[in-house]
Design a protein around this ligand. Structure first.
Ligand code: 5GP
Length: 181
């Protein structure tokens, strides 16, 4: 079982489902009459994006782009856009969908690159926010959960490419500390 090396869920499947539904309803209200463009950030936001877009009751477009900033646990402090957005977002209402915001460096870089395309509006929706780790101020309009400074996995988030398929979010630290990983 993939759960065996992890501690108990930090966020249960049910609480995530409820929160995603709530955010989807809020976006549906806020963007009523518009056709937003959702831009998900691979690979971490894959699961969140897939669930969130089905909770938004509006016509929308959805794309994915990829940025790379982490190797295992540690932030490298540099961000590469390894898969650019292959779509025009000029004059469109764009929502950038992130799995987690930690230092804010990745998000700041992505926002700068999207802003250069002159969207009509650009907002951020992040499932998880490690606010206490912030190094760069970034505006996040829709936040799922504020979490403590712990390395988390599951619901799209990985540790060395593992655990993305875990249906809930768990802290990785305990498993590493007690040698089960
Ligand atoms: P930031 O640039 O804000 O420091 O980092 C953002 C990216 O780092 C996220 O998109 C995610 O890929 C990765 N990251 C930050 N914290 C965690 C964490 O606790 N768990 C996992 N799996 N990835 C994280």
């Amino acid at each position: 079982m993939i759960e065996d090396s992890l501690g108990k869920a930090l966020l249960s499947t049910e609480s995530i489902r409820r929160k995603v539904r709530e955010i989807g309803a809020k976006i549906s209200r806020d963007y009523a009459g518009k056709e937003p463009v959702l831009v998900g950030v691979l690979n971490g936001a894959l699961v969140f994006m897939a669930d969130l877009m089905r909770e938004i009751d509006l016509p929308l477009e959805a794309y994915m782009m990829a940025a790379s900033s982490y190797d295992g646990y540690e932030s490298t402090g540099t961000v590469d856009i390894v898969k650019p957005l292959n779509a025009s977002i000029t004059a469109r209402d764009v929502i950038l969908v992130e799995d987690i915001v930690d230092t804010g460096i990745t998000l700041a870089c992505l926002l700068e690159s999207l802003q250069a395309e002159k969207p009509a509006s650009l907002e951020v929706c992040a499932l998880l926010d490690k606010k206490s780790c912030r190094q760069v101020e970034v505006p996040i309009k829709y936040i799922g959960f504020e979490i403590p400074d712990e390395f988390v996995v599951g619901y799209g988030l990985d540790y060395n490419q593992q655990y993305r398929n875990l249906p809930y979010v768990a802290s990785m630290n305990a498993a590493v500390a007690n040698g089960t990983r």
